[in-house]
Design a protein around this ligand. Structure first.
Ligand code: PGA
Length: 251
């Protein structure tokens, strides 16, 4: 049985003081989520990770939005996995489409980061998804299939069992043009079959999320799809009331 999972991706939003306010206000509904067997989490900016970790409930997953695959060295502006671990951070987004678009995050680079995270007992939340042009050309499965196969290359079924995959069609991110629940189910099911082909039955335990203009009004519809185990939410995760409504709507 896969536990439902709701993760907020704050992107480059929230001052540290605002992140602290959110963390404190989230404590009661983190308890509510736990009581209902739902995992919830947020991915603040690097600068707010320690604050959110300190003030949020221990039941709130706190993840980074990126990491470097090397332990240390001459990589100006980067953050390493041991630095995250020292703060008690054990989740990390990898391959978000904004990083693929603006920071040249390739499947190969994602693969290096995912391997490094797993070697450090951290949970990668690996994001995949096609652009509008790829969607319109009917290439979704080709693109997403390659992202899954190349991003998770050279890993064993034991290594991927706790990993989470998020399907986020690029054309639906931040646009208000969310994919239909049929598209979400179809591609999440395709991702699970790809995982099964690569790793066998462990695929049945891997959580797959949908992301892209998820709001309190549509979250339940996605989570009622058999292969959609949760949601990765940007804009609607920023306000505490909206995040709480997302949780309440999937109880
Ligand atoms: P959105 O972002 O919910 O604002 O569309 C989703 C994401 O980028 O993870």
């Amino acid at each position: 049985m896969r536990r439902k999972l709701l993760v907020g991706n704050w992107k480059m939003n929230k001052l540290n003081s605002e992140a602290k306010e959110f963390a404190i206000a989230s404590v009661p509904f983190a308890a509510l989520a736990k009581k209902n067997n739902i995992d919830i989490g947020v991915c603040p900016t690097y600068l707010s990770l320690a604050t959110v970790k300190e003030f949020a409930s221990k039941d709130m997953i706190v993840g980074a939005q990126n990491c470097h695959f090397k332990e240390s060295g001459a990589f100006t502006g980067e953050i390493s996995i041991p630095m995250l671990k020292e703060l008690g951070i054990d989740w990390c987004l990898i391959g978000h489409s904004e990083r693929r678009t603006y920071d040249n995050e390739t499947n190969e680079k994602c693969n290096l980061k995912i391997k490094a995270l797993i070697a450090n007992d951290m949970v990668p939340l690996y994001c995949v998804g096609e652009t509008l042009a790829e969607f319109e050309a009917g290439d979704t499965k080709k693109v997403v299939g390659a992202q899954v196969r190349e991003g998770l290359a050279d890993l064993t079924s034991e290594q991927v069992k706790d990993l989470v995959v998020a399907y986020e069609p690029v054309w639906s991110i931040g646009t208000g043009k969310n994919a239909s629940s049929q598209i979400a189910q179809d591609i999440c099911s395709f991702i699970r079959e790809t995982l099964r082909d690569m790793f066998g039955d462990v695929a049945d335990g891997i959580r797959i999320l949908y992301g892209g203009s998820v709001k309190p009004v549509n979250v339940k519809e996605y989570l009622s799809c058999p292969d959609v185990d949760g949601a990765l939410v940007g804009g609607a995760s920023l306000k505490i009331d909206s995040f709480e409504e997302l949780v309440r709507n999937i109880l």
